[in-house]
Structures are given as C-alpha cells and as structure tokens.
Design a protein around this ligand. Structure first.
Ligand code: 6R9
Length: 652
C-alpha cells in the first residue's frame, strides 16, 4: 500500500484533540528537561560525544565523534575502547552497588530468583570463562536460543565480555529457521536450554537445536544446555555440555578486555522484503550510548528507586536494547518474566507489578489490546499505584488502546510514551519525553534529542505539516546498524538507495498540523504481527514448499488484537483436495517451517492470484479482500477478471 493510501485510512487520527501535558510536579523533577532539546540542536554530534562520556566508562577515550567519510558505513567514537559487560556490571560493583538487585526473575510456574549486580557479575565472568574454554574467541559468533530466563542475559553479556558476537534466535523459531541463522553467521557455539514453560506445561527447545544440527556441514562445535524444565533431552556426546557443569564450575575471575568502539556486539536477524532474513549488525560504543541515553530519558529513569519491566523477549531487538543492555548499563533494577500473561490467570502481569512494585512498564500495543479484550476488571483487582511511566513499542498504538493504557494501568496519570524505532536503529528514535512533551494519544510525536527524522514525498522532499509520506532519517545516529552481516550491497540497496543521502525506514508516516509524527505502518511487504516483523515472502515460500501448494500470496490484514494478521491465498496443485484438513495441514506446515507466530490466521483457497503483467502479485487487492473491503483498482492486472473469480470462489 502506498503511504498516501495509508494516510487516507488514518486521516481520522489526525483530528485527535486530546492532550496530556505532564503534571507540574512530574515536569519539575523530570530527568529530561526541555533544555535537552536545545543542547542537542546547538551541539550537533558533540551532543552524543557528551552523552557517550557521561553514560559509559571508556577504557580509552575516543578521538573523533563520527567518521562518516565512508557513508553509509558509520564509525562512531573513533579510537575509543570500551567493554559492554564491564559497563553493565563490574563498574557498578566497583562503585559499591553490588548489593543492588539487577534482576528480579519470575518463572512461569512461580519460582523466583533475585540476582544482585555482584551475583550477575560473578555469573557472567564464569560464563565468559566457560565459553572461552570451549574455544570461543573475540570475533567468533555465538547463537543463543533461550527462553526468558536470566541465563539469556548472562550469555549475551558473557559474549560481549569476550568480544564474541551473539546472534539471538527467538525461541519460537523452528529448527530450519535456526539452522539458516547459524549458517549465515557461521556460529561456533549454541547456547540453549532443555526448554521452558508455556501455559503451565513444559515446552521443549533442545530438540530444535538437535534438529538444526542434524545435517552435516555446520560450523557448531559445542552446545551449552541450561537445565530449566527438567524434561529428558537427547544428548550428543562431545558436543553437548550442561550449563551447570561448564559454567557453575568455572572460575569467578575474568578480566574484561576493552574492545574498539566499533567492535561488533551482536547480529540480530530480521525479516526483509525478500525471503532471506537480514543479519542486522550492531557495534559497541554507539549502540550502548544511545540505548542508555534513551532508557534514561524516555522512561525518566531513577536507578536507585525504579523497578523497570520491559516485557519483550530477548529474541527481539527490544529485549536486546531494553532488557539485556540499557537497564544494566544504567544500573537499574528490572523484572524478567518467563511466561505468558494468562498463566495461571489473566491477572498475572498485574499481580507481578503489585508484587515487585514495578514503576516503569514497557510493552506492545498487541498486549494492551488483549488486556482490553479481557476487561478492565482484571487489572482493577491489583494495586498498580507503583506505576509512574508507561511505554509502548512495536507498532502504531491506536488512541483507544493508548487511553485505556493510561487510564486503567497508569491510574489516569502515568505518562504514556510511544517509542518508534527498529532493529536497524538500535534504540528509540521518535518518542515524547515524559516530562516535556504534551502527549497525544496515538502519536509517537517528536524525534529523540539528537536524532534527525523527517517525512518526505516520493521525490525525497520534506512534506509540510498536515501531509503524509515516507519516514526517513537525515543524519547518522550512534546506535544505527553498521550493515547487514556479509552483505554490504544489500545494506546500501535496502536503506540508502530509495532517497539520496537519507536512511529509508520502510514506514509510512504523517506530520500533523503541529508537526508531530504519526506512524502509519510499513510501506513494503513486511508485516507486523503482535509487534513481530515477518515478511510476506518468507511465509509464501513456506507455503509453496508444501507439496499440495502450487502458488501462494500472503498479506497482512488489520486485526483488532495483533495489529496485523497473516492471511494467505493459495492455489492448490491439481491433485490436492480443498477441504478443512488442507487448511489445518498448511497452517501447521508454516508453523513448522518458520514458527508458530507465522501461522496464517486464514488460508483461503483460490483459483488464481492477481498479478501484474510483469508477474508481480498485487497484494493490495488481496488485502482489500482480506479486510473485507471493496476491491480497489484492478486495471493493471494481466487478467482483470481474476478478482471476480477470487470473490466467487470465496462465496462458495
Ligand atoms: C522496535 C521494533 C520495526 C517496525 C517499524 C515499524 C514498527 C515499531 C513502532 C512501530 C509505530 C511505534 N514499529 N515501533 N510503528 N509506532 N511505536 O519493533 O523493531 O521488530 O525491527 O520492527 O515496527 O513499522 O519499522 P522491529
């Protein structure tokens, strides 16, 4: 869909009249004051140099803030050396904060662990020693396939400590998806667990790792396995080692060597418009600076007293930036929860907030809409008065959900900060500052201080207030991706070729009459399901890989709960039978190929697909069908009667 068309659909949002300025008290004491914007404007990149020195402890100071001579490949904080794990851990212990709780962990079955900074530091040092004794060296890649348990954070920080590059693969992805990511990054080590708990039952992870490594030709030499749910697992002697053998017995002494500011920190795969996922590469100094800066300012962080809870899984970028890194770099206390929001009951999250006195909650609109569906009576049963700030991320938050969030969870007074950013941007890029910005329900509003975002038209010209177009970023930023792993050309083509000297985000956006930014969703073929990015092509490839399917087209249709839902149109092979079974079979097939999150909500069997003369599937027409609208202009189809044929077949 073009940005213009999307803009029309969201026209009503621009007439949002409600404003929620911060209370006087909040504004007066806020971490981020209006002067932050002035400083950022006046100081240019030096603003970031100041933040880098203030927020991080450098072993060697940098000599140049930004080297953009090889654009779009940026180098930030040139000449500086820094260790991410030292910044997240050791320095807090050295400063006498060793007894502060770093992580309150709550398992789905209700088991708990309280881990102080001193304890977390010790465990990360042990893990670093264990990984090194398994042959992991600086620059090696480590695949992480773990549930939301503390060992996930320990593993990521242990890699960072050594200078090994972690590649976290979401635990919901299949063995095949894991294997392709292991192969692309040529990972040496995999860290996993026997499994986790899901909806009150043990759920396995290790079998997917075994499946991924079944076929020869991979680069993995060891698999470290955390015991979590005590389910029996298959064991490959010589390759598999238990975490409690390898890590718990390792030495507690480990010196963090500082790495170059541009040393790779991690790779995180995300969906692109083609089937092959992109390995987004982040490096150390700039990433840590901007994640720490935004965590502190967007959320008005008080590390001494706040309890921060970001509900994202570490398999997504939000779980990297705002679980594994920023909260620890800022010395905060955070909650980590393993399970689902409705186990054992639909009030679990609110019970946790009451129990741990969570003061900052950061979650996704899809979760908020689910809670709305369950009803406000459930959260009303709990004491949520500890909540000070509410964050939203992952997709546009509709004004109804925004209002509900503020009223029901935030007691009608906690500021809601809607944060726009991407795997590629590493950290918040557009977000109100809770003590400065008068909030508007549904809008992410303004660029983070020091960040240059704009909305432009087809020609790359900045659009006036009241108009829509494409979201771009005009200046390099510290946490920007440094490339796509192993594919510099794709990096240039995907982000830097649509407009001259601007980063193309792939999102449509509008500026309202005040110049505030409203995000309108993706303009490419990437879908956003419950805040998770999936590419249409990836799911189409999975469908077509089934012997019954001749052709497939996938669209993201708007869905009240998940934002978008996967709707698939398939043409069956002559021999296949069109019945209920085939739909179930294909849904499960996609689940197996990619992961349960990618299972289509609907699969519609059709006789033909709408294609242009050049053979490109016109997904916007299918989207009209999927969303129950009258079908738009179909004149460029090679066969303009196709849409009637499809409609007729669906009425059958
Ligand atoms: C952090 C994250 C990125 C895509 C992005 C956009 C959508 C994220 C949003 C939002 C509207 C927000 N998105 N936050 N849209 N308002 N506050 O989600 O990263 O998984 O890479 O997804 O998500 O479409 O382009 P990632």
């Amino acid at each position: 869909m073009s940005a213009e068309r999307q803009g029309d659909a969201f026209e009503n949002l621009l007439h949002e009249e409600r404003r929620f300025p911060p209370s006087e008290e909040f504004a007066a004491n806020a971490v981020a004051q209006p002067s932050l914007y002035d400083e950022a404007r006046e100081q240019g990149t030096e603003f970031w140099a100041r933040q880098a020195r203030e927020l991080l402890t450098w072993e060697k100071d940098f000599t140049q803030t930004l080297d953009w001579s090889d654009a779009p490949f940026a180098k930030w904080f040139v000449g500086g050396t820094v260790n991410a794990a030292y910044n997240a851990l050791d320095r807090h212990v050295e400063a006498g904060l060793g007894d502060r709780v770093a992580i309150h962990f709550e398992g789905e079955p209700g088991d708990t662990r309280t881990i102080t900074y001193a304890e977390l530091t010790r465990e990360v040092k042990q893990a670093a020693n264990a990984f090194e004794s398994l042959g992991v060296r600086k620059g090696d890649r480590v695949a992480v396939y773990l549930p939301m348990i503390p060992e996930a954070v320990v593993t990521m920080l242990a890699c960072a400590r050594i200078g090994a590059v972690h590649s976290v693969v979401f635990g919901g992805f299949s063995a095949d998806a894991l294997r392709s990511r292991i192969d692309d990054a040529e990972a040496k080590l995999v860290v996993t667990s026997d499994g986790t708990y899901r909806r009150g039952k043990p759920s396995a992870l290790k079998p997917a790792v075994d499946g991924a490594l079944e076929k020869e030709g991979h680069t993995v030499t060891s698999v470290v396995v955390v015991r979590r749910n005590n389910e029996p697992v298959e064991w490959t002697e010589g390759r598999d080692v238990w975490w409690h053998d390898a890590v718990a017995h390792a030495s507690e002494e480990h010196t963090a060597v500082a790495h170059d500011a541009e040393h790779p920190l991690f790779i995180l795969y995300t969906s692109g418009t083609t089937g092959k996922p992109k390995g987004i590469l982040h490096t150390t100094g700039g990433y840590l600076t901007q994640t720490a800066f935004t965590h502190k300012n967007t959320f008005d962080l008080r590390p001494e007293t706040d309890v921060f809870w970001c509900t994202a899984d570490i398999g997504w970028v939000t779980g990297h930036s705002y679980v594994a890194y920023a909260p620890l770099v800022n010395g905060a206390t955070q909650l980590m929860y393993e399970g689902t929001p409705d186990t054992p009951h639909q009030g679990r999250w609110w019970e946790l907030i009451e129990k741990y006195k969570v003061s900052i909650l950061y979650t996704a609109p899809t979760a908020i809409r689910t809670f709305m569906k369950w009803g406000r009576d459930i959260p009303k049963k709990y004491d949520l008065s500890s909540i000070r700030v509410l964050g939203s991320v992952g997709e546009p938050i509709n004004p109804e959900a925004w209002m509900w969030y503020r009223e029901v969870i935030g007691g009608g007074k906690a500021p809601v900060v809607d944060t726009w950013w991407q795997t590629e941007t590493g950290a918040h890029m557009i977000a109100p500052m809770p003590g400065v910005t008068a909030a508007k329900p549904g809008s992410a509003q303004v660029a983070v201080p020091g960040i240059a975002v704009d909305v432009v038209d087809e020609m790359g010209e900045s659009v006036p207030n009241g108009s829509g177009g494409y979201l771009v970023i005009r200046e390099p930023w510290p946490a920007m991706l440094r490339g796509i792993w192993g594919d510099p050309q794709r990096f240039k083509d995907t982000y830097w070729s649509r407009f001259d000297a601007m980063y193309f985000a792939g999102d449509g956006a509008k500026k309202d009459d005040d110049g505030d930014i409203w995000l309108l969703g993706r303009v490419d073929d990437v879908m956003n399901i419950s805040g998770h990015r999936l590419s249409t092509t990836e799911i189409e490839s999975a469908l077509v890989s089934h012997p019954s399917v001749a052709e497939a087209a996938v669209v993201g249709a708007s869905d009240e709960t998940t934002g978008q839902a996967v709707v698939a149109f398939v043409i069956l092979r002559g021999s296949a039978k069109d019945d209920d079974d085939i739909v179930t079979t294909l849904r499960n097939h996609v689940g197996k190929e990619i992961g349960p999150i990618a299972k289509p909500r609907n699969i519609l069997v059709v006789p033909e697909l709408p294609k242009t003369r050049s053979g490109k599937i016109m997904r916007r027409l299918l989207k009209d069908v999927a969303e129950g609208r009258e079908v738009g202009d179909a004149t460029t189809l090679s066969d303009p009667t196709i849409m009637q044929q499809i409609a007729a077949s669906l009425r059958k």
